[in-house]
Every structure is written in structure tokens, then in C-alpha cells.
Design a protein around this ligand. Structure first.
Ligand code: MAN
Length: 492
């Protein structure tokens, strides 16, 4: 009995504890914060006020933070904890407590008086778990696809990197080549410049030569007359062997002379026509584009003179023509050098453009693991009744009328947008066709994890601003990371 007498205070204390631990609207781990002080008082959780412990859950709001009424609707800023055994615990607003409405988020019905809301947590929990399991399967499938895309993307980036290295080497070599050709060209240009300054023009030169020929012809005529007179007037009775051999040489020459003369006249005519042909080319040509033609005309003149002129004057005449012939050859060589340099320059430009393109492709942000690279320009569409909406990832979005097939551009990909964690889930497209009396059309596409690429729905919350809801494996994340913590539903 003594023992029983000793135990009584403990039993009362234990009962008080049980009462405290069964406070409505508080999770068990927080019950401890609701223990009374030895003088029977209690302090609001924000420390702002001390009230009687018995004032907790008395349907009157004492604490500014609403912490004294966790189990009633007395405090407007309070919250009520539903244990939801069999499902997921949750908090709801205090104002929803004892409002005779069975809350979705409080499936155990503890927010209402007994008998009003049945405890549905087992069945709700089971459905939820089934959905979650299906979701997990979908995420796993999506992740598998995403991982393949990441591998593909890396292979592609590797090949671009190799291409870049190759192009950089080619650019270096071509640059050196172009520099060498440029310096060769400059040397030729300065040499040509010098030659041009010291040489008269072709036509001047040819007329000098023609004049020389005519002088020589006159001299020949004179010589011929002298010999003719000598033959006629010499004393036949003197058998001077020197005179006799001169006369017989003259006779031989006189036999051939008419032929030689007509040949020379013929050939001079030929030269004249070549010169005429050449001057036509020179007059009709631009500064640099007919060097080849000039050279062949010059060659023809040179060859003709070479074949028609008697040996005695040929060397003298041809020597005078040689610098012109050389100049024509230099011009052609110069053209060739310029052509080679220009070719090297344009090849260098092409290589630099290719290099820039590859660099741009490498530097573009395709997502945390380049998961969007494989999807670039992959297109999806959705029929929304009046219009069929399409979107090509990192490309263009269109709205096509289902009535007349006309297509309106809604925007081209501009950037990813959003918080750091889900930055690659929001795609902004802009610069679409201008809206009548309004802005250019634009698209905000929000992508969630799915087994395949799919447009769920398209809406136009603001005129000419379109909202796409999309599913794609590209944004799937490891399931562990997603559900490491049991989410507690917060309604506010
Ligand atoms: C078309 C469509 C609509 C848009 C109007 C604006 O009808 O592109 O989506 O709202 O033009 O005039």
C-alpha cells in the first residue's frame, strides 16, 4: 500500500504528460515544445509571450505566431498537422480545421470532429504509392534514354574537337602559305614596276623596228645599185679576179633578190597585222586581265620576226624586242602568282569560317551534361484544335492553322531560363512574327521529365505569348535525388 501511495504523484505526472503528448495538430517530435513550465505556464514558440499552459488549443488565439492554437482554427496564421498514417504527413491551414470539409491533404480526417471525415489514408496512400512507382519506372526509362543521348553528345563533341584541331592546323599552314605567296607577289610587283618604267611600249618598239628594217632595205637597195653599176661599168678587158668574183656574187644575189624582197614585204605585212591584232587586244583589255593574250601576241610577233628576218639583222632586231617579250612573260607569271595568292586567301577564309562554326558548336551550352545536343532540331507537334503547334528543340516554333494550313512563326530559340537547378527546363524562343498591333510572338516552353519527347499542351496566357508544356527524357533526374525526403504538403 505504501508503495501504491508513493506511486500516485508519478501516475498523475504521467497522465499530464500523456495529455501533453496528445496535443492536436502537432507532430510527435514537436510535442516536447508544448511542455508546461513548473508554474503551469507556457511560452509562445516565437518567445513573444508567456501564457497559461491550459490556454493551448482553447480556441482562443493568444500567441502572435499562432503557435498556441495548433489544433483549432482560432489563429489565422496557424497550421494544423495531419499525421496521415498510411500516407504522407501534411500541414494544412488552421482555418481549414473543423470547417466540416474533408481536406484532400488531411486524409486521416483528424482536422474535423470524430465521425465527420473517414480515415482514407490507407487507400489514398496505396494509390499514391502505385502512381509513384509508375512515375519511377517512367523516370528510369527516361533516364536511360537521356544517358544514351549524353553518350551520343559526347561522341559528337569529341569529333568536333578533332575537327577543330585539324582545322586549326590547316589554318596555320594556309596562313604561312598565303604569306609566302603574298611576299612572292610583292617582289614580282616591284620588279615589274621597275621593268615597266624602263621599257617603251610595244607599239613604239615595233615602229622603231619597222623603221630599222626600212633603213636596212634602203641600204640594201643602195648596195645593190652600186654593185649593179660596177657590173655595168667595169673594164671587161681587165681580168681582175676580185671584181669578177664580186660580180658573180652579185649575179647570184640578183637572182634571189626579188624573191627575198617580196618575202620580206610579205612578212612585214604579217608583222603589221600581228601588231594591229595586239593593239586591239591592248585597247579592249582591262589593266590586268589580258596578260596571257598580250604574251601570245608578243610571242607571235617575236616568232614571225625570228623566222622572216635575215640573220644579219635578226639578232639586232630581236635583241631589242626581248625586254618586251620578257615583260609579257613576267606579266603572265605575275598573274599566276596573284591567282595563287588569291586562291590561298579565299581558302584561308573558308577554313576560318569552318573553324568558327565548329568553335560555336563546341562552345554552345547544351545543358549540364550536353543532354540537349542530341535533341537539337528534333521537332514535336500537338494538334490543339484550331491550330497545330510545333517546336524544334533549340530551333523554331510554329503555329499552323488547321483551317487553311497557313503557318505563323512563334519564335526561334534564344536561351534557357530559370533557377540554377532547373535552368535547362525552361526554353525561351523569341523574334516570332509580329502580332497585329502588338509584340513579336514568343514562346516559353516548360519541360518536365517524360519517357519520350511530347507536347502536353499549348496555351496563350497573354496575346501572342505562348506557353508550351513539354515532356522529355532530357530533364529526367536520378530518382534518389528526387525523393530523398518525404515531401510534406504545405498549403501556404
Ligand atoms: C492569330 C494567332 C493567335 C493570335 C492572333 C493575334 O490569330 O496567331 O494566336 O492571338 O493572331 O492577332
Amino acid at each position: 500500500m505504501v508503495l501504491l501511495g508513493l506511486r500516485l504523484p508519478y501516475i498523475i505526472a504521467a497522465a499530464a504528460l500523456v495529455k501533453a503528448s496528445s496535443l492536436m495538430g502537432i507532430p510527435s517530435e514537436k510535442q516536447i515544445s508544448y511542455r508546461a513550465f513548473s508554474d503551469g505556464t507556457w511560452k509562445c514558440l516565437d518567445g513573444s509571450k508567456v501564457i497559461a499552459h491550459s490556454a493551448i488549443n482553447d480556441d482562443y488565439c493568444d500567441c502572435p505566431d499562432g503557435s498556441d492554437e495548433p489544433g483549432t482554427s482560432a489563429c489565422p496564421n496557424g497550421r494544423f498537422y495531419c499525421k496521415n498514417e498510411g500516407h504522407i504527413p501534411s500541414y494544412i491551414k488552421s482555418s481549414s480545421v473543423r470547417d466540416n470539409v474533408c481536406d484532400e491533404e488531411c486524409c486521416d480526417g483528424t482536422d474535423e470532429d470524430d465521425g465527420i471525415c473517414p480515415n482514407r489514408c490507407q487507400i489514398v496512400g496505396e494509390t499514391y504509392r502505385k502512381e509513384k512507382a509508375a512515375e519511377k519506372i517512367a523516370v528510369d526509362k527516361g533516364l536511360k534514354t537521356k544517358r544514351q543521348w549524353i553518350v551520343e553528345a559526347q561522341t559528337k563533341v569529341d569529333s568536333w574537337e578533332n575537327e577543330k584541331i585539324k582545322l586549326e592546323e590547316e589554318v596555320t599552314l594556309k596562313k604561312a602559305d598565303a604569306m609566302k605567296l603574298e611576299s612572292q607577289l610583292k617582289t614580282l610587283e616591284s620588279q615589274n614596276q621597275k621593268t615597266k618604267h624602263t621599257c617603251p611600249t610595244y607599239t613604239e618598239e615595233i615602229s622603231i623596228l619597222k623603221n630599222d628594217i626600212s633603213i636596212l632595205k634602203d641600204e640594201l637597195e643602195l648596195l645593190q645599185n652600186i654593185l649593179h653599176d660596177m657590173k655595168r661599168d667595169h673594164n671587161h678587158n681587165f681580168h681582175d679576179m676580185a671584181v669578177k668574183s664580186a660580180i658573180s656574187g652579185y649575179d647570184e644575189f640578183a637572182n634571189r633578190y626579188d624573191q627575198i624582197k617580196s618575202d620580206i614585204d610579205e612578212n612585214i605585212k604579217d608583222v603589221d597585222s600581228k601588231v594591229e591584232e595586239y593593239s586591239q587586244i591592248t585597247i579592249g583589255s582591262k589593266e590586268n586581265d589580258s596578260h596571257e593574250a598580250k604574251k601570245s601576241a608578243m610571242d607571235a610577233v617575236y616568232e614571225t620576226l625570228d623566222s622572216v628576218l635575215p640573220d644579219s639583222i635578226k639578232l639586232n632586231v630581236l635583241d631589242k624586242l626581248l625586254p618586251k617579250k620578257q615583260e609579257a612573260e613576267d606579266d603572265v607569271y605575275h598573274d599566276g602568282a596573284r591567282h595563287l595568292f588569291e586562291e590561298a586567301e579565299s581558302e584561308l577564309d573558308r577554313l576560318n569560317r569552318e573553324l568558327d562554326e565548329v568553335k560555336q558548336k563546341i562552345d554552345f551550352d547544351y545543358g549540364r551534361e550536353k543532354e540537349w545536343l542530341t535533341l537539337k532540331d528534333v521537332c514535336i507537334e500537338k494538334d490543339e484544335g484550331e491550330y497545330t503547334y510545333s517546336l524544334c528543340f533549340l530551333g523554331d516554333a510554329y503555329q499552323k492553322s488547321n483551317k487553311d494550313g497557313s503557318r505563323t512563326h512563334l519564335g526561334k530559340f534564344k536561351k534557357f531560363e530559370g533557377s540554377k537547378e532547373n535552368i535547362y527546363k525552361k526554353h525561351l524562343h523569341d523574334q516570332g512574327t509580329r502580332c497585329w498591333n502588338g509584340p513579336e510572338r514568343s514562346v516559353k516552353a516548360i519541360v518536365d521529365c517524360g519517357v519520350e519527347n511530347k507536347i502536353l499542351e499549348v496555351s496563350e496566357p497573354e496575346k501572342c505569348e505562348y506557353l508550351y508544356r513539354i515532356l522529355s527524357p532530357a530533364v529526367c533526374q536520378e530518382a534518389v535525388a528526387q525523393s530523398a525526403k518525404i515531401p510534406i504538403h504545405e498549403e501556404f
